[in-house]
Write a protein that binds this ligand. Sequence first.
Ligand SMILES: C[S@@+](CC[C@H](N)C(=O)[O-])C[C@H]1O[C@@H](n2cnc3c(N)ncnc32)[C@H](O)[C@@H]1O
Length: 185
Amino acid sequence: MAGRVCPVWVGYLLASPLRRLLQNPQKTLGKYVKPGMKVLDIGCAMGFFSLAMARMVESEGKVFCVDLQEKMIESLKKRATKAGLLDRISPRVCSDSSLEINDLAGQIDFALAFYVVHEVSDIPGFMTQIHKVLKPGGKLFVAEPRGHTTDDEYLQTETIAQEAGFSIIDHPKIRKDRTTLFVKK
Ligand SMILES: C[S@@+](CC[C@H](N)C(=O)[O-])C[C@H]1O[C@@H](n2cnc3c(N)ncnc32)[C@H](O)[C@@H]1O
């Protein structure tokens, strides 16, 4: 299931404001992300969702943004600075074996893994780390593009998440994508 990571040039496309016409962050995430929350954007790339969530959490909230690729995080920081949102984000370069979020145990209200799981080599380790940082009742939103995963692979991801301690509470509708909203039991 795991593939190679998204190239940096695709990161620029994913961060384009035109993407909002097809995937509006407010419409997709607005009901989960509220002012004052601590949220986590895993595989944030250049921050299409991170910056939108930074607006949703307002000045008392925080968005922790992790990505494997330093170039994605550097571009995210520039975009956050330009948008006047740098103080609401905590950008981190992670590795295959660690999301670098151990300091956040039990603190996160909402986590997003948008179009990233198919690139992850150790999905059980990935889910376990996310589970650890969520508060009890905290939510994880996973979205995967249909072209990158089969039905069986996606079901396997859901099973792995359940084995890590998540329950499935919804399959939110996003055109053409596979999505799951999990809650930490
Ligand atoms: C297809 S992009 C999606 C970016 C973003 N979530 C979005 O929807 O705009 C996937 C991103 O996940 C990152 N990534 C891949 N494997 C990862 C891992 N194990 N941990 C953290 N980030 C990862 C890649 O570097 C890339 O920036």
